[in-house]
Design a protein around this ligand. Structure first.
Ligand code: NAD
Length: 259
C-alpha cells in the first residue's frame, strides 16, 4: 500500500483501539495509507506496529499508546495524547475486544468474572472511547465512529455467549449513538466481519476446522475471509464517501448474513 498525497483521509486523525495486532493492525495501516495520522491504542502497546507504519508512511503517520480500554483514566489519556500530537480526533475505530483468546465454553461453565471482563472490554471500552472522543469531534462538528461488530450477532455462535452478547450490545450502541450524535455531524456505524483468519485467531487455535468449514459453506463466496477483505469498507466508513451513512451495519463476510 502506498501512502498517497491526496489520500481519502489526508489531514484526518484516527484512533484505532486494539490496533497493534490481528485485524486492528491491518486497519491501522490502511488508514495511514490513506493519509490519516493513526493513534494505535492497545493493551499490548503497539510500538512495533507503529514503527512499521512509520517506516512505510513517515514518522507523522502514527503513534502508539498503551491503553486498557476498560479503564477510563487510560482512555482519556489516549484522547489527550492524540489531540496533543495531531490537534484533533476525526475517526474512532472501536476494534479492541476480547475475542481470539476466548475458549468456546458452554453457558453453564462460563465464569462470572470472565463474563464481566468480556463486557468490560468489548462494551464498556467502546462506551469510554466514545465518551472521551466525542467532545473533540463535536468541537469540529465532524466525526466518524466505526464500531466493530460481528456476524455472530445475527447467527449466534454456540459456546461464545459472552462474546456474542457483547457484540449484540454494540449493534444497539451504534443505533442509539447515531441518533444522538447526528446533530453534531458525527456518523456512527458498525462494521461486522465474518469469521476472519486474523493472525491472532489462527495462532489461538480456538476455532476448529469443522466450524470454519461450516462458516465458509454459509457464504455466497466460499472461501476464507482475510483481514484485507475488510479494508475497503473500513476506509469507506472513515471517509467523506460515507457522510450520509449512519446507524448502519455493514457486514463484510462474503455474503453469509444479509443485513
Ligand atoms: N477474527 C474474527 O473472526 C472476527 C470476527 C468478527 C469480529 N471480530 C472482531 O474484530 C476485532 C478484532 O479481532 P481480532 O481477530 O483481530 O482479535 P484479537 O483478539 O486478535 O484482537 C484484539 C486486539 O485488541 C487488543 N486488546 C485486547 N484487550 C484490550 C484492552 N482491554 N484494551 C485495549 N486493547 C485490547 C489486543 O491486544 C488485540 O490487539 C474484535 O472486535 C473482534 O471481536 C473478529
Amino acid at each position: 500500500m502506498a501512502r498517497t498525497e491526496l489520500g481519502r483521509l489526508s489531514g484526518r486523525t484516527a484512533i484505532v483501539t486494539g490496533g497493534a495486532k490481528g485485524i486492528g493492525r491491518h486497519y491501522s495501516e490502511a488508514l495511514a495509507a490513506e493519509g490519516a495520522g493513526v493513534v494505535i491504542a492497545d493493551i499490548s502497546g503497539g510500538e512495533e506496529a507503529a514503527a512499521e507504519i512509520a517506516g512505510k508512511y513517515g514518522a507523522n503517520a502514527t503513534m502508539s499508546v498503551t491503553c486498557d480500554v476498560s479503564r477510563e483514566d487510560q482512555v482519556k489519556a489516549v484522547m489527550d495524547r492524540a489531540v496533543e500530537r495531531f490537534g484533533k480526533i476525526d475517526i474512532l475505530v472501536n476494534n479492541a475486544a476480547l475475542f481470539a483468546p476466548l475458549q468456546h465454553t458452554k453457558v453453564q461453565d462460563i465464569d462470572v468474572d470472565l463474563w464481566d471482563k468480556v463486557f468490560a472490554v468489548n462494551v464498556r471500552g467502546s462506551f469510554l472511547t466514545v465518551k472521551h472522543a466525542v467532545p473533540h469531534m463535536m468541537a469540529k462538528r465532524y466525526g466518524k465512529i466505526i464500531n466493530i461488530g460481528s456476524g455472530t450477532v445475527y447467527k449466534g455462535l454456540p459456546g461464545m455467549l459472552h462474546y456474542t452478547a457483547s457484540k449484540g450490545a454494540i449493534a444497539t450502541f451504534t443505533r442509539t449513538l447515531s441518533r444522538e450524535l447526528g446533530e453534531h455531524g458525527i456518523c456512527v456505524n458498525t462494521l461486522a466481519p465474518g469469521l476472519v483468519m486474523s493472525e491472532t485467531l489462527v495462532a489461538s487455535g480456538t476455532h476448529d476446522e469443522a466450524l470454519k468449514a461450516r462458516v465458509v459453506g454459509s457464504r455466497a463466496f466460499k472461501r476464507d475471509q482475510l483481514p484485507q477483505d475488510l479494508l475497503g469498507a473500513l476506509v469507506f466508513l472513515a471517509s467523506a464517501d460515507s457522510d450520509f451513512v449512519t446507524g448502519q451495519t455493514i457486514a463484510v463476510d462474503g455474503g453469509s448474513i444479509n443485513t
